[in-house]
Design a binder for this molecule. Sequence first.
Ligand SMILES: O=P(O)(O)OC[C@H]1O[C@H](OP(=O)(O)OP(=O)(O)O)[C@H](O)[C@@H]1O
Ligand SMILES: Nc1nc2[nH]cnc2c(=O)[nH]1
Length: 187
Amino acid sequence: MDEKDLGADLSKVLIPEDVLQAKVRELAAQIDADYAGKDLLLVGVLKGAVMIMADLARTLHSHASMDWMAVSSYGSGTKSSGVVRILKDLDTDILDKHVLIVEDIIDSGLTLSWLISNLRSRGPASLEICALLRKPEAVRTEIDCRYLGFDIPNEFVVGYGLDYAEKYRNLPFVGTLAPHVYGGTGG
Ligand SMILES: O=P(O)(O)OC[C@H]1O[C@H](OP(=O)(O)OP(=O)(O)O)[C@H](O)[C@@H]1O
Ligand SMILES: Nc1nc2[nH]cnc2c(=O)[nH]1
């Protein structure tokens, strides 16, 4: 989709496609170096992490297995409820595995905070986070994120996996949703 063809719902392109892809290559190089000689399991958090997971996984030089979890914390709006439910669990037993959670965004941090304690209780050899985006002004619980793409302002963003009411996930860039669309001031 053309970055200039924003339509009325998006106010601006926050992170263009080429900048996203350069960051993916940077993150993949760090991950390759850190996990050299280890079996790595990438755990993508559906649905938002689909794009970063797919791009990251195929940019890695080393082999990595992939699994997915789906959790729900947002309902249909733009604020985290803080109540997390597992909608789809892992197919893999992660005991003694090197697990890297791949997320699109850390907003309040509530989803990842819950996910980390859930996965840690399963006894992985290691557990780290890779998140494409983080909103420092919105964080309600600090997340130790080993691999981070970008810190962004506290605005509701869409594209590259991120949706508003299931729209915009397939934009190849990250854009800011115009406040008139959701009537809000933040994420
Ligand atoms: O840090 P938090 O405030 O908890 O927000 C982050 C979570 O919100 C988004 O998921 P969402 O619940 O929108 O589901 P989706 O990935 O299926 O769109 C995103 O993918 C993270 O999982
Ligand atoms: N699409 C989208 N989902 C989110 N989940 C938490 N924060 C956000 C955000 O800014 N945009």
